[in-house]
Design a protein around this ligand. Sequence first.
Ligand code: FE2
Length: 249
Amino acid sequence: MSDIHANYEALQVVLADIEQRGIDTIYCLGDVIGYGPNPRECIELCRKVRFSLLGNHEEAVLFHAEDFNAKARRAVDWTRDQLNSDEHDKESNYALWDFLGEMKRKKTKGRYFFVHGSPRQPTREYVLPKDADDTGKMNDIFDGFEDVCFVGHTHIPGVFSRKGDQYDFRYAIQLDNEYPLPTDGDKVLINVGSAGQPRDNDNRACYVTIEEDVVRFHRLEYDYKTTMKKIQAVEDLADYLAQRLEEGR
Ligand SMILES: [Fe+2]
């Protein structure tokens, strides 16, 4: 899973679905926090995952938010304040910061390579559907991993594949949410979508499972109205952050 963005309602539904499938190894590709109203609760829940990678929002909260626009920066500052809240004891605040501080930029497990954004710029670069036409960019990105790369960051679930020197992007829905990994040595880059702020015009939480080299995209309804209300109640979180949860964009 990736891009939870402090959406507690979505994360609970995703984790319940994972548990119900009997899956015990969970990887998170970053942006556990940022934009949403429950950064503390989402970090707490993410303690049970095998690893959480560093996303651009964790990077912004930990280090700097220069490349964020004014509204996004305000959300970053608010998130940082939540993690330093006086209403909680110091130890529990430190534990949250430790979790963020331990996040790695990339991970490899067997044939799988995991990163938040892209292999060449782990936390920042967006690999968007239209980039499939940018052969130079795609060549560089595909040179950055060996076999199968999983990313998040754009919040748009789907698969980039390569045939010869041509690249192709398919939305998860075009693949019927199922993608058998190539066995002929072709590389693929898979975007797992966003658990907490989908942007493919489908407002349901998204995550993928990998089982016997078949990747499946799962979509789950959750109580986004509650998340919206929480966002609207926080002055530092812009209203469009609530609205986009309803619209899935
Ligand atoms: Fe994100």
